[in-house]
Design a protein around this ligand. Sequence first.
Ligand SMILES: *Cc1c(COP(=O)(O)O)cnc(C)c1O
Length: 391
Amino acid sequence: MIKTPVYMDYHATTPVDKRVLDAMMPFFTEHFGNAASLQHRFGWIAKEAVEIARKKIAKAINVQPREIIFTSGATESNNLALKGVAHSLRSKGNHIITTQIEHKCVLESCKSLETEGFRITILPVDKTGKVNVEDVKNAITDSTIIVSVMFANNEIGTIQPIAEIGKLCAEKGIVFHTDATQGVGRIPIDVEAMNIHLLSFASHKMYGPKGVGALYVRSRNPRIAIEAQMNGAGHEHNLRSGTLNVAGIVGFGTAVQIAMDEMEEENIRLFRLRNRLQEKLLKLEKTTPNGHATERLPNNLNITFHNINSDQLMTEMNDVAVSAGSACTSEEIGEVQYSHVLHAIGLDQEAGRSTIRFGLGRFTSEEEVDYVAERINTVISKLRTFSAVGV
Ligand SMILES: *Cc1c(COP(=O)(O)O)cnc(C)c1O
């Protein structure tokens, strides 16, 4: 017997690994010091722990520790990167290039910059969710100051040609930012080799605690200047003021280290489990996979079950936690929209509302995969029988 509900929504968040929690615990109680209180031992201990975590995090993406700025998560990192660069390069240009499939926090940051007079180009993607490097090249003008393309998509898992875009931006002297929240700790990332200037990520997507993230800001070749969005006592090289979340940062560091140490082994396992689920589900009639066939996160599976409403499917299958391709936004109460990512890869409203995202992770078992496949099978045949008889 397996324990229900089964969690298969690892792109949304992950549980804290027990090893991470163990590392964090002392920093809530005996080592509670403020990492900025450098006149006494409490502060020194906290500061030392933060710097050890910073080193681990920097090493994971091949950068210098001083280039890591701690934030509250990827949303804040993306806001800081985009608004920070836009404000600091305002005299140089006002044009920003991004893509249709970015996380809302990138798209909304761009929208907010648009109201300040910045011009935004939102590039399309192909059917697999990939950005065409030629499109990026053609969109660049004399006034372009930043290109922001995510590393891997959180809905369909498609991995972007980041090294090629990085090379292009380096040649053109344009700042290149990537939202690598789904990438760090899951797939290898080398900031140096990929010519990345700014990179956002978060702890809770890799078995660390929620509420802590980081922004990598390149300090040389070239040095990237960003304007702080949070003003205060000058923490994090004056780029992000506020008392550091010491326990969270310690957990983040431990989570990154575990993810890096176990990445290869974990990915072989996830790849096998994901493919097992994929094979089982694609055997069902009228199902199509979304995202890129090979350049895709090993734990991602996104499937359209044609003529099935995904909300209805999830209601019938409430012992399995997955995510639907529809999203009800508070501004448009009652009007169910479907995901902007599915729209971007060419799914119509009908298909978009019939789509389910499965996110596998460290604690997913083969039994769970088989259970979910079986549940989907049962629920789909039930729903299809109902709709066939017009109920
Ligand atoms: C989860 C996620 C975010 C937001 O991260 P938070 O830490 O929750 O703010 C941004 N981008 C991507 C790609 C994500 O998956």
